[in-house]
Design a protein around this ligand. Structure first.
Ligand code: SF4
Ligand code: SF4
Length: 203
Protein backbone atom coordinates (compact mmCIF):
# COMPACT_ATOMS: atom_id res chain seq x y z
CA UNK A 1 0.00 0.00 0.00
CA UNK A 2 1.32 3.40 -0.87
CA UNK A 3 2.19 5.66 2.16
CA UNK A 4 0.00 8.77 2.61
CA UNK A 5 1.83 11.85 1.37
CA UNK A 6 3.05 14.25 4.08
CA UNK A 7 1.78 17.83 4.11
CA UNK A 8 4.28 20.68 4.18
CA UNK A 9 5.87 20.92 7.65
CA UNK A 10 4.40 17.57 8.81
CA UNK A 11 6.82 15.23 10.65
CA UNK A 12 4.61 12.10 10.96
CA UNK A 13 2.51 10.43 8.26
CA UNK A 14 -1.12 11.63 8.36
CA UNK A 15 -2.66 8.32 9.61
CA UNK A 16 -0.42 8.41 12.74
CA UNK A 17 -1.54 11.87 13.89
CA UNK A 18 -4.25 10.79 16.41
CA UNK A 19 -1.85 8.31 18.10
CA UNK A 20 1.07 10.78 18.07
CA UNK A 21 -1.07 13.28 19.98
CA UNK A 22 -1.75 10.77 22.77
CA UNK A 23 1.98 10.03 22.90
CA UNK A 24 2.60 13.46 24.43
CA UNK A 25 0.00 12.74 27.14
CA UNK A 26 1.46 9.28 27.78
CA UNK A 27 4.99 10.63 28.25
CA UNK A 28 3.74 13.37 30.64
CA UNK A 29 2.15 10.70 32.90
CA UNK A 30 5.58 9.44 33.93
CA UNK A 31 7.23 12.82 34.50
CA UNK A 32 7.76 14.30 37.97
CA UNK A 33 4.81 16.52 38.95
CA UNK A 34 5.64 20.21 39.23
CA UNK A 35 2.53 21.34 41.09
CA UNK A 36 3.38 24.06 43.62
CA UNK A 37 1.31 24.29 46.81
CA UNK A 38 1.15 28.09 46.76
CA UNK A 39 0.27 29.98 48.94
CA UNK A 40 0.66 27.33 51.67
CA UNK A 41 4.23 26.63 50.57
CA UNK A 42 6.05 29.65 49.22
CA UNK A 43 8.95 29.07 46.89
CA UNK A 44 12.27 30.71 47.76
CA UNK A 45 13.19 33.23 45.11
CA UNK A 46 16.59 33.65 43.52
CA UNK A 47 18.86 36.00 45.54
CA UNK A 48 18.66 38.73 42.87
CA UNK A 49 14.95 38.30 42.18
CA UNK A 50 13.19 41.51 41.11
CA UNK A 51 10.44 42.05 43.67
CA UNK A 52 8.86 45.01 45.43
CA UNK A 53 11.03 48.12 45.60
CA UNK A 54 12.55 49.64 48.72
CA UNK A 55 13.74 53.17 49.44
CA UNK A 56 16.87 52.83 51.54
CA UNK A 57 18.26 54.86 54.42
CA UNK A 58 21.72 55.92 55.51
CA UNK A 59 23.02 54.22 58.70
CA UNK A 60 21.70 57.10 60.86
CA UNK A 61 18.19 56.89 59.37
CA UNK A 62 18.39 59.78 56.89
CA UNK A 63 16.96 58.90 53.48
CA UNK A 64 19.18 58.15 50.49
CA UNK A 65 16.67 59.45 47.93
CA UNK A 66 17.54 62.94 46.69
CA UNK A 67 14.37 63.39 44.63
CA UNK A 68 16.26 63.60 41.32
CA UNK A 69 13.58 61.72 39.34
CA UNK A 70 16.15 59.73 37.32
CA UNK A 71 14.32 56.52 38.23
CA UNK A 72 11.06 57.95 36.90
CA UNK A 73 12.70 59.01 33.63
CA UNK A 74 14.29 55.57 33.20
CA UNK A 75 11.03 53.70 33.72
CA UNK A 76 9.64 52.34 30.44
CA UNK A 77 6.18 51.86 31.97
CA UNK A 78 5.82 55.35 33.45
CA UNK A 79 5.16 53.69 36.80
CA UNK A 80 7.13 56.04 39.09
CA UNK A 81 6.08 59.47 40.31
CA UNK A 82 8.55 61.63 42.25
CA UNK A 83 8.38 65.12 43.64
CA UNK A 84 11.58 66.49 45.17
CA UNK A 85 11.80 69.26 47.76
CA UNK A 86 14.49 71.22 49.62
CA UNK A 87 15.77 70.14 53.02
CA UNK A 88 16.06 72.75 55.72
CA UNK A 89 18.06 72.64 58.95
CA UNK A 90 14.74 72.52 60.83
CA UNK A 91 13.33 69.66 58.74
CA UNK A 92 15.93 67.41 57.14
CA UNK A 93 15.20 64.10 55.39
CA UNK A 94 18.49 63.48 53.56
CA UNK A 95 22.07 64.70 54.06
CA UNK A 96 22.18 66.91 50.93
CA UNK A 97 20.16 69.73 49.45
CA UNK A 98 17.13 67.81 48.18
CA UNK A 99 14.99 64.85 49.17
CA UNK A 100 12.09 62.89 47.72
CA UNK A 101 9.00 64.54 49.24
CA UNK A 102 6.55 62.42 47.24
CA UNK A 103 7.46 58.99 45.92
CA UNK A 104 5.01 56.55 44.37
CA UNK A 105 5.30 53.34 42.35
CA UNK A 106 2.25 52.09 40.50
CA UNK A 107 2.36 48.28 40.54
CA UNK A 108 -0.51 48.11 38.06
CA UNK A 109 2.05 49.42 35.53
CA UNK A 110 5.41 48.16 36.84
CA UNK A 111 6.91 45.22 34.94
CA UNK A 112 9.69 44.75 37.54
CA UNK A 113 12.38 45.22 34.91
CA UNK A 114 14.82 46.93 37.31
CA UNK A 115 15.81 49.81 35.01
CA UNK A 116 14.86 52.29 37.73
CA UNK A 117 17.30 50.82 40.25
CA UNK A 118 20.06 50.90 37.65
CA UNK A 119 19.36 54.60 37.07
CA UNK A 120 19.41 55.62 40.75
CA UNK A 121 22.68 57.48 41.46
CA UNK A 122 22.55 57.07 45.26
CA UNK A 123 21.45 53.41 45.57
CA UNK A 124 18.38 54.78 47.30
CA UNK A 125 16.18 52.49 45.25
CA UNK A 126 16.67 48.72 45.29
CA UNK A 127 14.39 45.72 44.87
CA UNK A 128 13.43 43.20 47.53
CA UNK A 129 12.48 39.52 47.10
CA UNK A 130 8.84 40.21 47.98
CA UNK A 131 6.58 39.11 45.14
CA UNK A 132 3.07 39.06 46.62
CA UNK A 133 1.89 42.29 45.07
CA UNK A 134 -1.53 41.28 43.70
CA UNK A 135 -4.53 43.28 44.83
CA UNK A 136 -8.13 43.74 43.70
CA UNK A 137 -7.97 47.54 43.88
CA UNK A 138 -6.02 49.81 41.51
CA UNK A 139 -5.64 52.38 44.28
CA UNK A 140 -3.99 49.82 46.56
CA UNK A 141 -1.45 49.03 43.84
CA UNK A 142 -0.03 52.54 44.04
CA UNK A 143 2.60 52.25 46.78
CA UNK A 144 3.49 55.45 48.59
CA UNK A 145 6.82 56.60 49.99
CA UNK A 146 5.72 55.55 53.47
CA UNK A 147 5.12 51.99 52.21
CA UNK A 148 8.37 51.82 50.23
CA UNK A 149 10.70 53.39 52.80
CA UNK A 150 12.94 50.89 54.62
CA UNK A 151 12.28 50.27 58.30
CA UNK A 152 14.54 51.55 61.04
CA UNK A 153 17.50 49.43 62.12
CA UNK A 154 19.25 49.78 65.44
CA UNK A 155 21.15 53.07 65.74
CA UNK A 156 18.79 54.83 63.30
CA UNK A 157 16.44 57.71 64.07
CA UNK A 158 13.37 58.32 61.91
CA UNK A 159 13.34 61.35 59.59
CA UNK A 160 13.34 64.28 59.72
CA UNK A 161 16.46 64.81 61.80
CA UNK A 162 19.73 66.72 61.70
CA UNK A 163 22.80 65.60 59.75
CA UNK A 164 25.57 63.97 61.85
CA UNK A 165 27.47 66.90 63.40
CA UNK A 166 30.76 67.73 61.70
CA UNK A 167 29.98 65.78 58.51
CA UNK A 168 28.71 66.70 55.06
CA UNK A 169 26.80 64.83 52.36
CA UNK A 170 30.00 63.38 50.88
CA UNK A 171 30.94 61.82 54.21
CA UNK A 172 27.74 59.79 54.09
CA UNK A 173 28.75 58.31 50.74
CA UNK A 174 32.30 57.69 51.99
CA UNK A 175 30.79 55.49 54.69
CA UNK A 176 32.01 57.73 57.52
CA UNK A 177 28.58 57.92 59.16
CA UNK A 178 27.77 54.54 60.67
CA UNK A 179 25.01 55.42 63.16
CA UNK A 180 22.90 58.30 64.43
CA UNK A 181 24.82 60.81 66.51
CA UNK A 182 24.21 60.45 70.26
CA UNK A 183 21.22 62.52 71.29
CA UNK A 184 19.74 62.79 67.78
CA UNK A 185 16.04 63.58 67.97
CA UNK A 186 13.35 63.46 65.32
CA UNK A 187 12.43 66.94 64.09
CA UNK A 188 8.90 68.19 63.56
CA UNK A 189 7.65 67.34 60.05
CA UNK A 190 5.98 70.70 59.42
CA UNK A 191 5.64 69.94 55.69
CA UNK A 192 3.46 66.96 56.64
CA UNK A 193 1.20 69.11 58.80
CA UNK A 194 2.78 68.23 62.14
CA UNK A 195 2.86 70.90 64.83
CA UNK A 196 5.58 71.16 67.51
CA UNK A 197 3.14 70.61 70.35
CA UNK A 198 1.73 67.46 68.66
CA UNK A 199 5.18 65.88 68.64
CA UNK A 200 5.64 66.71 72.31
CA UNK A 201 2.34 65.01 73.13
CA UNK A 202 3.35 61.90 71.09
CA UNK A 203 6.72 61.78 72.86
S1 SF4 B 1 11.03 47.95 37.70
FE1 SF4 B 1 10.88 48.73 35.57
S2 SF4 B 1 8.70 49.06 35.22
FE2 SF4 B 1 8.97 48.86 37.45
S3 SF4 B 1 9.18 50.96 38.20
FE3 SF4 B 1 11.26 50.19 37.80
S4 SF4 B 1 11.75 50.81 35.68
FE4 SF4 B 1 9.51 51.01 35.97
S1 SF4 C 1 15.11 56.79 44.05
FE1 SF4 C 1 17.13 57.37 43.26
S2 SF4 C 1 16.78 57.96 41.09
FE2 SF4 C 1 14.77 57.93 42.13
S3 SF4 C 1 14.45 60.07 42.78
FE3 SF4 C 1 15.41 58.98 44.50
S4 SF4 C 1 17.61 59.31 44.26
FE4 SF4 C 1 16.67 59.85 42.30
Amino acid sequence: MAEEPKEAGQTTPGFQNPVAGFGVTFKAMFKKRLTEQYPEQKKTTAPRFHGRHQLNRHPDGLEKCVGCELCAWACPADAIYVEGADNTDEERYSPGERYGRVYQINYARCILCGLCIEACPTRALTMTNEFELADSSRANLIYTKEQLLAGLDDNMVDTPHAIYPGTDEQDYYRGLVTEAAPGTERQVAVSKGEKPEEQEVEA
